[in-house]
Design a protein around this ligand. Structure first.
Ligand code: GTP
Ligand code: MG
Length: 452
């Protein structure tokens, strides 16, 4: 049932010229407007080609109106969508006209907020709408789509069910304070709590991969000066973004570019060369490179294959492992012998490439794809990847559950045990949004764009 009284309107497409643009209206006025623009009985969910005439009767554009009655709309309210030509002047004219006709401008995320308030979607699905809009890769989009279709809610349901069973078992004794919980009930409650804890640990483990999906895998290109790091970045992104020169020490600062490799999005970072005898400025660059390596998911260690094996700073060596690093022997177009001198005495994969000719770049990408795939904690079809808000709620629930477990072993009054369990339930409820917290909602929906 629709809750809001006022009717909101917004341009739902980006500003700028395009073939089409969409203006959305949601709220009770959408029906009278549909009647006014179309006819007394606007056919639900039916696209109608029509002139848009403003309040003074002037034709602004020829548009397509689609009316969605509240029971069949995205927001749970009457919705009128107007597709017009994608000219910012036209969209502004139509929007201003709607604002003169009992509509007000929507706040960022207000359409999605209304879907949530009207029970069309839960909070994790509302977040998925945002993830869909910002997804940059096949994997990110697939995960956002699963979440929009209730993937996280499906993972949460068994946890909530177990917790409710634990609460029910404890509450049965609250009315009889003189009786202690029987041993067998204590054991049952412990089992419920352990199951919820285990499930929440598994979900929490998905946050890191979720962050990688949303932000892109941080992939750092490091190596000696002149090894061809910037050339490799340019080759991977397909344009001359970084300055390349035969002079060692060309790159002094970081340069970051996002690229898509197979189903993944990477944040590719070019760094200053690791000079084993650095001057003071190079030393600062190396310190920054080490910081960058620390926060990276993947390290591409570039080595000039035509040169003897480089000496590598011992601090850098510590960060290099077969789980994260690929040794990239570059300049193999100049290589006379079949193989370069092995550079790193660790069991690390390597690939032979030429940033100049593009040779070996496909193998490098294949390695990145398999590495990124292996970071996914679970490969099952229905995998979900939580975000920081979900993680915060899960951690709160865990802390309440651990308190409850302690109370179970110390014969604390049953009310206190019940209160911990209820705390855990309310924390889990925050994930779907079954909570009464305006502040959290304001914060969440403010990150949306207007018209969403
Ligand atoms: N033949 C050949 N030359 C290359 C290749 N890759 C890079 N070079 C050359 O090597 C030199 C250094 O390349 P850069 O990409 O600037 O190397 P870098 O590692 O970024 O160097 P710094 O920023 O100074 O640390 C340039 O003259 C490039 O043209 C390659 O695959 N083959
Ligand atoms: Mg460079």
């Amino acid at each position: 049932m629709a809750q809001s009284l006022d009717t909101i309107a917004a341009i739902a497409t980006p500003t700028g010229s395009s073939a089409l643009a969409i203006i959305r209206v949601s709220g009770p006025e959408a029906l009278p407007l549909a009647k006014l623009f179309l006819d007394e009985n606007p056919k639900p969910r039916f696209a109608t080609y029509h002139d848009y005439k403003d309040k003074t009767g002037v034709t602004v554009d020829d548009v397509v109106f689609t009316f969605y009655p509240e029971k069949n709309s995205a927001t749970g309210e009457h919705v009128l969508e107007i597709s017009c030509h994608g000219n910012p002047y036209i969209t502004q004219r139509i929007l201003s006209d709607l604002l003169e006709r009992e509509c007000r401008l929507a706040e960022p995320g207000e359409f999605t907020r209304r879907s949530f308030l009207n029970g069309k979607i839960d909070l994790s699905q509302a977040e998925a709408v945002m993830d869909i809009i910002s997804a940059r890769s096949e994997r990110a989009l697939a995960a956002a789509n699963r979440q929009l279709r209730g993937g996280l809610a499906r993972h949460m349901k068994p946890l909530v069910d177990e917790l409710v069973m634990a609460i029910a078992t404890v509450e049965a004794y609250i009315d009889f304070p003189e009786e202690d919980l029987p041993q067998e009930d204590k054991q049952r409650i412990k089992n419920y709590i352990s199951a919820v804890l285990e499930g929440s640990v598994q979900l929490l483990a998905t946050q890191r991969y979720g962050d990688l999906l949303r932000d892109g895998m941080r992939t750092v290109i490091v190596g000696e000066p002149n090894a061809g790091k910037s050339s490799l970045l340019n080759r991977l992104i397909g344009k001359d973004r970084a300055i390349v020169s035969p002079q060692a020490g060309t790159t002094r600062d970081f340069l970051e570019e996002r690229i898509i490799v197979g189903p993944h999005c990477l944040r590719l970072v070019d760094t200053a060369g690791l000079n084993i005898n650095p001057d003071p400025i190079e030393k600062l660059g190396i310190d920054k490179t080490i910081e960058c390596i620390e926060s990276s998911d993947i390290i591409l260690f570039v080595i000039d294959a035509t040169k003897p094996a480089p000496k590598i700073d011992s601090r850098i060596i510590n960060y290099i492992s077969k789980d994260t690093t690929l040794v990239v022997y570059n300049k193999t177009d100049l290589l006379e012998t079949a193989l370069p001198a092995p550079a790193i005495n660790k069991d690390i994969s390597s690939v032979l490439v030429s940033a100049h000719t593009g040779k070996g770049i496909d193998s490098l990408k294949a390695w990145i794809i398999s590495k990124a795939d292996s970071m996914q904690p679970a490969s099952q079809e229905d995998a979900v990847f939580i975000n920081a808000r979900h993680a915060h709620a899960l951690s709160q629930a865990q802390s309440c559950l651990r308190d409850a477990l302690t109370k179970l072993t110390t014969n604390t009054p049953t009310e206190l045990l019940a209160s911990d369990l209820r705390g855990a339930l309310s924390a889990l409820g925050e994930i779907s949004g079954h909570i009464d917290n305006e502040q959290i909602l304001d914060r969440l929906f403010a990150s949306f764009c207007i018209g969403k």
